[in-house]
Design a protein around this ligand. Structure first.
Ligand code: ZN
Length: 288
């Protein structure tokens, strides 16, 4: 494959000077600005990289962060996610109500090499891209729109093709995910690169956004229907996981715990659910 001077190995052009390296986690590149990284440090060996923009604090999005910093890049993340980038253990404890879970319970997506954050997205001044706030998957989740109208969305959007493998995408706040997805429609992009999955054009992306929104609405509707009869938190997690076809493995279960609680919390704050403690168990029911 022909190398593009200065760019990471395997980088493909999208528009203007915006490139991306497709992979397990897609990574963007614009004249020395790297947006998220996959796991392979060797692709940056001959690349010039002065800045790394991190969409959010999940370790699979900044695997090469520490390596790029060592080579002189400045790492940038949003205020609300910076601590997660600097200390991936925070995610691991967060999913277990701040207690320390055993290794078995921890998704590999949360494990990774810490990366110091040098600057906050909130103070961004770099013409190569513009940050787009897309909270919900994490609190500080941020997309980056390059000057060539290519939008890197991290894990804010799951393309339709990805739902077969990820039928319950991780979200700490599904309502925020939904409003971030709606806000994407008014972003002036021609191409969209999700964190995982294929590069899509605007027309396809808009359909994927509709699909993701419809899935969120479907999950909410299923929860409201199920909770016509009271269920404990644990029963809600089990029922939603079964409906979505998740497999019975501990790491997947603990991700589902956060996401299902996210849905329950959102529906409770909208007044659509009621919560009570019965015989020392937290119980949920559709509001009467
Ligand atoms: Zn993520």
């Amino acid at each position: 494959m022909k190398r593009i001077p200065g760019a990471p190995d395997g980088a493909l052009p999208i528009a203007g000077s915006t490139l991306y390296v497709p992979g397990l986690t897609n990574s963007g590149y614009v004249d020395g600005l790297v947006i998220d990284t996959g796991p392979d440090e060797s692709i940056y060996e001959f690349a010039s990289a002065d800045r790394l923009a991190i969409t959010h604090g999940h370790a699979d999005h900044f695997s090469c962060g520490a390596y790029l910093r060592k080579r002189g890049a400045t790492a940038v993340a949003a205020r609300d996610d910076a601590a997660l980038v600097e200390n991936p253990d925070i995610n691991i404890r967060g999913m277990f109500s701040w207690a320390k879970p055993g290794d078995l319970l921890v998704s590999k997506l949360f494990r990774g090499t810490p990366c110091r954050v040098d600057a906050l997205v909130e103070k961004w001044r770099d013409k190569r891209a513009t940050p787009v706030s897309l909270p919900g998957h994490t609190l500080g989740h941020t997309g980056f729109l390059t000057a060539d109208k290519v939008l890197f969305t991290g894990d804010a959007l799951y393309l339709e093709a990805l739902w077969a493998r990820h039928p319950l995408p991780y979200a700490i706040d599904p309502d925020l995910v939904a409003s971030s997805l709606r806000s994407l429609r008014s972003v002036d992009f021609d191409w969209l690169v999700p964190g995982h999955g294929e590069l899509v054009d605007r027309e396809t992306a808009l359909k994927d956004i509709d699909f993701h929104l419809a899935q969120i609405a479907q999950i909410e509707a299923n929860i409201l229907e199920m909770l016509i009869t009271p269920h404990s938190t644990e029963e809600c997690i089990a029922a939603v996981s079964a409906q979505r076809g998740l497999s019975d493995n501990p790491a997947q279960y603990w991700l589902a715990v956060t996401t299902v609680k996210g849905y329950l919390g959102d529906l409770l704050s909208k007044g659509l659910l009621e919560f009570s403690v019965v015989d020392h168990a937290g119980m949920w029911q559709t509001a009467s």
